[in-house]
Write a protein that binds this ligand. Structure first.
Ligand code: F0G
Length: 458
């Protein structure tokens, strides 16, 4: 018999979870304004809100917490991180930041001005937020295949080269400060970008003299997909693939709360000394001195160690395997999901599950609330609430996809938890025709409204 798969770690510390009744959850979600961000974590049984900062650190990472050097300048922990970034990513310069969006803030302060355009593949919401906050525009150049959840494509995060070249031809070079490749592409469903696409985008950017950066939150998961799906990479190690990926870009912002398996942290890396000098000023202004940038020494050490662990094949195989396991379960129950399953999350196609509800009633948010009521499982809406209003017309933007994202924290839940989540969704799917009304907005913020929006039942 072929031996079954098993995790390459065992569990040393456990954290109890609380169950609740449906009646309790009905009251709590109402009090939360039907916004899952407003729930207290004790009101949640299985928390799939995000895979960001929610992973379980290893004993080696916890050791780094004790070894942390808290010197204001030149800390040993900083040099550990520098060594990891230099060798793993091949990037000579970097500044630590407190998380990913802080790296975006530092980089964009140096590069983006009013009326600029920034092409990329479905920019993440904080990335888009930081671009629009500067009165610039994010232009989505993702391949069209990404919007069809039923279609199998191995690299749905790819950038459409024609769309990208159109941007380069339409706007003068001075108005395009950078192009961003998000690996993996969170918004399109945790979907990877192929090495070929990275290479071609980089080539096109070079031709038009536009710098190209990674939004590298999940770069290691992207490398895993390149290894397992792209011709010519099966025999390469994850770290070899990572080095090649980074060789095509001028720099990267990274939220280390994902693939570096830390609870807080980020950084901004680049190749160019002149750009480094520019970002250094903003780092000191917004984040802190260059050798800690908004983090404690212990966080820098845990991050350096996490980068090493996060780029191990056996870890990635187990992590992405668990996400695929949940995706497969849902598919067996007939629940429509983004095909293929992404690296960090399963994306349920809420537009198909609740096709009888109008988009103005926020199908994905309605499904997220139903999942919470059913079993105390918290997912997150990736749909019209997140897409926000058009900054100029203030009209609601309705994206092609209305998704319920179930993001799996790293090394935290077992496959029994996955079975539980799948059963909850199966029950909802069976009674979906009885869900006859959705939600409407009562109060919203002018930008990034989904975090604080308050809703009520229609
Ligand atoms: N880029 C991507 C692709 C992300 O997914 C995130 C965060 C960020 C940038 C910002 O990083 O949170 O450290 O400031 N994504 C989280 C999520 C919040 O749930 O997907 P941050």
């Amino acid at each position: 018999m072929e031996l079954p798969y098993a995790e390459p770690y065992k569990i040393k510390v456990v954290e109890p979870l609380q169950r609740s009744t449906r009646t309790e959850r009905e009251e709590w979600i109402k009090q939360a304004g039907y916004n899952l961000f407003n729930l207290r974590s004790e009101q949640v049984f299985i928390d799939l809100l995000t895979d960001s900062g929610t992973g379980a650190m290893s004993q080696h990472q916890w050791s780094e917490i004790m070894l942390g050097d808290e010197s204001y300048a030149g800390s040993k922990s900083y040099y550990k991180l520098k060594e990891a970034i230099n060798t793993l990513l091949g990037m000579p310069f970097f500044v630590p930041t407190h998380q990913g969006r802080a790296a975006e803030n530092v980089l964009f302060s140096a590069l983006i001005s009013e009326n600029d355009v920034v092409p990329g593949n479905s920019h993440f919401d904080t990335t888009k937020g930081h671009i629009e906050f500067r009165r610039a525009t994010a232009i989505d150049c993702t391949i069209d295949e990404a919007a069809d959840t039923t279609l199998y494509h191995p690299f749905k995060g790819n950038i459409d080269l024609n769309k990208l070249e159109d941007v380069f031809k339409t706007y003068p070079k001075e108005q395009i400060p950078l192009c961003i490749i998000t690996v993996t592409c969170n918004t399109s469903g945790g979907q990877p970008v192929s090495m070929q696409n990275i290479r071609e985008v980089s080539g096109l950017c070079k031709k038009y003299k536009i710098p190209v950066f990674f939004d590298a939150a999940r770069f290691a998961e992207n490398a895993y997909f390149i290894k397992t799906r792209e011709e010519g990479y099966a025999d390469k190690s994850i770290r070899e693939i990572v080095l090649e990926m980074y060789s095509y870009v001028d720099g990267a912002t990274m939220s280390s709360k994902k693939d570096a398996i830390v609870n807080i942290g980020g950084f901004l890396a680049c190749r160019d000394k002149e750009l480094f000098d520019k970002i250094s000023m903003y780092c000191i202004l917004f984040e802190g001195y260059l050798t800690y940038g908004g983090l404690a020494g212990r966080d820098l050490g845990a991050l350096a160690q996490g980068l090493m662990e996060g780029t191990e094949f056996s870890f990635l195989e187990s992590r992405i395997g668990q996400v695929a396991y949940l995706g497969q379960k849902l598919r067996e129950y007939g629940i429509p999901c983004q095909e293929p399953t992404g690296g960090h999350a399963v994306f349920v196609d809420a537009k198909k599950v609740l096709s009888h509800l109008p988009k103005e009633q926020y199908q994905a948010q309605t499904l997220a609330v139903e999942l919470y009521l059913e079993g105390g499982v918290r997912g997150v809406e990736i749909g019209a609430l997140l897409a926000d209003r058009d900054p100029k017309t203030r009209e609601n933007r309705y994206p092609d996809l209305e998704l319920l994202r179930l993001a799996i924290p790293r090394r935290v839940y077992t496959n029994n938890h996955m079975d539980y989540v799948a059963a909850c969704l199966a029950n909802i799917y069976k009674r979906r025709a009885q869900i006859t009304t959705g939600l409407k907005i009562v109060r919203e913020a002018p930008i990034m409204r989904h975090f604080t929006v308050e809703l009520e039942k229609v």
